[in-house]
Design a protein around this ligand. Structure first.
Ligand code: TUI
Length: 306
């Protein structure tokens, strides 16, 4: 399946891995790139020097290129934006904001820039500013989300821009990939399924929580403050929702969740921590290597697309 995205990124399969906070570290990024997709190191809230080290460790595991996701709400976004240039990274995706102020610097360094967008307006703006492609991410995704679903967002973005579109949100198997292609996407971004990959350095409790999840197990918190985040329902989401309903400030709620994602991913506290995952968690039933996942998904998608 050759598309403008496989050509642009020099990858064998039109699959990129989501830049998931705490999960998308160098082992996962290297494994996805080795398997023929594009792996990504998630900048999340980490300082620039931590990401520099992650990039260098990733390079010890693979000769294939991988990218970095710059999380624009991070207090360290400026530093991470510079580190990717200094380290010679060739593909950057961005999330949770507008990356305009970094675009000239990245383009001058020959970096392919692929902003994640949740609206047609931002997709158009990114094209105008020189983006090479966009990821159109629907609210089926885990983590920080927009309002549009993948089914509605992807075709509207495809019609609005000339650059290639990568679909994200709710895609976890070959049927999802085929559906995304029918909507006009030229690649997909997959997050939740890769969390349960053998190579992901994620606590077994977190992986099992995703594997056991049912269709309706996720909840969105933070809508009242304009920062909606999708996670699997637990003691943390219930407490957050209760305090949000009581009108607690964004700052007070941030304090509650500080460190909660790391606690879930690294220590396995899936009751009191934050378990970010998309709605497709209900479909995911087993741990596999990244290569097994990618080959299985591509075989199914190719059969469906004929
Ligand atoms: O960025 C994501 N997903 C994320 S980031 C993240 S780390 C985090 N943790 C706790 C709270 C907040 C963040 C976890 N998951 N996806 C890409 C994405 N970007 N989805 C939606 C957007 C988005 C939303 C609004 C992008 C731009 C935007 O508006 C920008 C503007 O200025 O118009």
């Amino acid at each position: 399946m050759k598309t403008r995205i496989t050509e642009l990124l020099g990858i064998s399969y039109p699959i990129i891995q989501g830049g998931m906070a705490w999960v998308a570290e160098h082992h996962l990024a290297a494994a996805v790139s080795e398997a023929g997709g594009l792996g990504l190191i998630g900048g999340a809230n980490a300082p620039g020097e931590v990401i520099r080290e992650e990039i260098r460790r990733g390079r010890e595991l693979t000769d294939k290129p991988f990218g970095v996701n710059v999380m624009l709400m991070s207090p360290h976004a400026d530093d991470v934006a510079k580190v990717v240039v200094e380290e010679g990274i060739k593909v950057v995706t961005t999330g949770a904001g507008n990356p305009e102020k970094y675009m000239d610097m990245w383009k001058a360094a020959g970096i392919k820039v692929i902003p994640v967008v949740a609206s047609v307006a931002l997709a158009r703006r990114m094209e105008k500013y020189g983006a090479d492609a966009v990821v159109a991410e629907g609210c089926e995704s885990g983590g920080h989300i927009g309002e549009q679903t993948t089914m509605t967002l992807v075709p509207q973005v495809v019609d609005a821009v000339e650059i290639p579109v990568i679909a994200a949100g709710g895609i976890g198997d070959g049927r999802g990939i085929a559906a995304a292609f029918m909507l006009g996407a030229e690649a997909v971004q997959i997050g939740t399924r890769f969390v349960v990959s053998k190579e992901a350095v994620v606590h077994e409790n977190y992986k099992q929580r995703i594997i056991k999840a049912k269709d309706i197990d996720s909840a969105v918190t933070g809508r009242s403050h304009g920062h909606p985040v999708r996670c699997l329902r637990n003691q943390m989401t219930r407490e957050y929702a209760k305090l949000e309903a009581e009108g607690k400030s964004f700052e007070e709620l941030e304090y509650l969740t500080l460190g909660a994602l790391r606690r879930a991913v690294q220590e396995g506290d899936v009751a009191g921590g934050t378990v970010m995952a998309g709605q497709i968690a209900g479909l995911i039933s087993k741990e596999q290597t990244c290569q097994e996942m990618i080959e299985e998904m591509m075989a199914q998608a190719e059969k469906l697309l004929g």
